[in-house]
Design a protein around this ligand. Structure first.
Ligand code: BES
Ligand code: MN
Ligand code: MN
Length: 463
């Protein structure tokens, strides 16, 4: 991989320039206004994939946003790596909290990124990390050092729950045949502390509507005598955690696989500085389920969180009103062996059962996804570990991730494929938050490390 590394070193500025171009296109999948930009991004990625040396590059339309595919089969007898990522991004709001416009990338130095970081929506999640793969592939191709086959499937709907990708993978089984899925869409502990995620949480995402009186009322004339759906909703939500911050939905923990003390001890090896964590977040205390550490609470344990809550008057100043309706978006992160369908139903039944007769409730399901755990004694994990060891000079620590990538469970279930979560971002890079960033160190390190994964994966498979 020597020539590949020379090519990568010689093309740093060019690669960065291209990523900045990609980050300028607002590919917000959740907002239909941006559909033309999402489509434009797909075409842009496809073109770069073609230029990098991929064959059969195609933008596949779906009922939602398109999927970009391309491949390079150098020898059908060699192993095949399927690279998955997403080119869509989260909405950037609240816009006023961005220090620079979300789709006008700029580079600034920070404490954790002394070499500089690229500030833009999608820089880390996931355009920057997807682009590392295209550039690593290009380098191996141009230098004649591709050790195995590669396929790329880059989707445009990950941030809205991948509603069309499940169908796509089952209708394109042959095209997607591979030995492993390689995904850079997670985080590592720190730039001087590489780690590899060995799991993802699942997700159940619900929306609830609580309706009281048939219209908004004068809160003086009726207040006190009619149930206020906003008050009721707040109380219902509050009741869903007990004094130990356990979730009170009956049966919620029934399928949870308790992590063994040995595994917990191994996970506790990962450095975690709680003071720095609190300082970074501006909180004076951490919070969570009794009996678990902050790292455990955000990885191996399930959660229930309000993502948004509204109703009544939220405009400027004060308006005395007793609202007719109150709403909330509530998500639950799931761990093995909870399933999204079962948890969603338990939530619905429980939520309805705790509603007082003075209101009516409606529960709608948004997207879901299943949790996954990936083995650490497998060939792909070893290859990933060796690759990071090579470029970071340190063996990466296995960690359980807290986020969700719904398609990963389906890769296993539908295609029989294991995934490697080869992430290069940091949790503190403000994914989904204002001022998202991606370190230049991380971008370049990712490009350098990926070819070694190809090499070691091929070598280990040949043994
Ligand atoms: N890349 C993230 C998931 C992630 C981030 C995993 C950091 C581990 C560490 C992904 O783009 C994401 O945000 N997924 C969503 C789920 C989806 C259904 C909207 C999530 O986790 O909220
Ligand atoms: Mn992502
Ligand atoms: Mn995301």
């Amino acid at each position: 991989m020597l020539k590949t590394q020379e090519y990568i070193a010689a093309n740093r500025e060019k690669n960065l320039g291209e990523l900045l171009e990609l980050l300028k296109i607002p590919s917000i999948s959740a907002d239909s206004k941006y559909a033309p930009d999402v489509a434009k991004t797909a075409d842009w990625v496809a073109e770069k994939l073609r230029l990098a040396g991929a064959d059969n590059v195609k933008v596949y339309p779906t009922e939602g946003h398109p999927i970009v595919y391309g491949e390079k089969i150098i020898d059908p007898k060699k192993p095949t790596i399927l690279v998955y990522g997403h080119y869509d991004v989260q909405p950037p709001d609240p816009l006023e909290l961005w220090e620079s416009p979300p789709f006008e990338p700029i580079i600034k130095k920070t404490e954790l990124h002394p070499e500089g970081a690229i500030y833009a929506r999608g820089s880390c999640d996931d355009k920057g990390q997807v682009y590392m793969h295209l550039k690593a592939f290009e380098a191996m191709m141009k230098q004649g050092e591709m050790p195995c086959n590669a396929k790329f499937m880059i989707e445009g709907e990950e941030e809205v729950g991948s509603p069309n990708l499940g169908r796509f993978i089952v209708t394109h089984r042959d095209m997607l045949k591979a030995d492993v899925v390689l995904i850079s869409d997670t985080s590592m502990i720190a730039n001087d502390c590489p780690s590899i995620d060995t799991g993802l949480r699942g997700l159940s995402y619900m929306e609830v509507t609580v309706t009281g009186p048939n219209r908004d009322l004068h809160s003086g004339v009726y207040g006190g005598a009619v149930a206020n759906p906003a008050n009721i909703l707040a109380k219902m939500i509050a009741s869903m955690h007990d004094e130990n911050n356990h979730i009170t939905i009956p049966g919620f923990y029934a399928d949870v696989v308790e992590v063994t003390p040995a595994e917990r001890a191994a996970l506790a090896e990962a450095p975690f500085d709680e003071k720095a964590y609190m300082k970074d977040l501006g909180v004076n205390a951490v919070w969570g389920e009794k009996g678990y550490t902050s790292s455990e609470r955000s990885s191996i344990r399930p959660t229930l969180d309000v993502n948004g809550i509204w109703g009544g008057y939220t405009g400027e100043g004060a308006k005395t009103v007793l609202p007719s309706k109150a709403f909330a978006k509530i998500s639950m992160r799931l761990v093995p062996n909870q399933t999204s369908a079962k948890i969603s139903k338990l939530f619905e039944d429980h939520f309805k059962s705790i509603a007082p007769p003075s209101v009516q409730v409606k529960v709608d399901y948004h997207h879901g996804g299943e949790p996954v755990v990936t083995p650490i004694d497998s060939v792909p994990f070893k290859a990933a570990s060796m690759a990071m060891q090579k470029t970071f000079g340190k063996e990466p620590i296995p960690c359980r991730g807290g986020g969700s990538i719904p398609i990963v469970a389906l890769f296993e279930q539908e295609l029989g494929l294991k995934s490697v979560l080869f992430g290069f971002g940091l949790n503190s890079d403000n994914l989904h938050s204002p001022n998202e960033k991606f370190g230049l160190f991380n971008f370049y390190k990712g490009i350098e490390t990926i070819p070694y994964f190809y090499q070691y994966f091929t070598e280990l498979n040949a043994q």
